[in-house]
Design a protein around this ligand. Structure first.
Ligand code: HEC
Length: 190
């Protein structure tokens, strides 16, 4: 009686345990599956947009719209990571200096960039595309973000040979850091 009671307990415990393991395993694989497929979907959407199927499904979902319309950079600036932004500057260093009074390289020195006019360095030989906007357009956060997302697309005819920074948060981090390289950094959005 005692014995068989114990046996029964063991059996019940074993069945329960098996059940729990099965449950946990199915949760875990669910999670993995969803995570995986979520990513895949996003990538797939991106792929479509880049491939040029732009107008077809722009109404449907956020991802293609984000590729077409400039990303609103202000909310991303609020949480920007300056250290990560400083690391991004390496992408520019082949052509630009960023220190006060730094020499122009292939591109103009970038001290005091944000808040300044397009073509902000006197004496640098800008392209006509940038010269034409001198005096009428300033490098605000949003302008710089849109430019860096795709320089040639944003400003056709400019002579900066740089593919762009596609990730909006990378741009926000970089822009927040560039903003510090100035006599008068602008206040970042909260
Ligand atoms: C391959 C060289 C090269 C690289 C890399 C490069 N730039 Fe440029 N950049 C240029 C040139 C050349 C110009 C001048 C463009 C013109 O006159 O049309 C320029 C112009 C600019 C301007 C306009 C400045 C003004 O005074 O109006 C900004 C802003 C800028 N670059 C930011 C950057 C940032 C930020 C990076 C890195 C993420 C970067 N560039 C990477 C070559 C480069």
């Amino acid at each position: 009686m005692n014995q068989s009671g114990l046996e029964l307990n063991k059996i019940v415990a074993a069945v329960l345990l098996a059940g729990i393991i099965a449950l946990v395993a199915s949760f875990a694989s669910d999670g993995l599956y969803q995570g995986g497929s979520g990513h895949g979907e996003k990538d797939a959407k991106r792929g479509y947009t880049i491939a040029g199927a732009e107008s077809a499904d722009s109404a449907g979902s956020a991802a293609p719209a984000a590729e077409e319309k400039p990303v609103d950079i202000l909310p991303l600036l609020a949480g920007a990571d300056l250290t990560a932004g400083e690391a991004q500057v390496k992408k520019c260093a082949a052509c630009h200096t960023f220190d006060k009074g730094g020499k122009n390289g292939v591109g103009p020195n970038q001290w005091n960039l944000i808040g300044s006019d397009f073509g902000h360095v006197a004496g640098y030989a800008y392209s006509d595309a940038i010269k034409a906007l001198h005096g009428s357009k300033k490098w605000g956060f949003q302008e710089l973000s849109d430019f860096l997302a795709g320089p040639k697309k944003y400003l056709p005819g400019n002579k900066m040979s740089f593919a762009g920074i596609k990730n909006p948060q990378d741009r926000a981090n970089l822009i927040a850091y560039l903003n510090t390289l100035s006599d008068k950094p602008l206040p970042l959005p909260k």
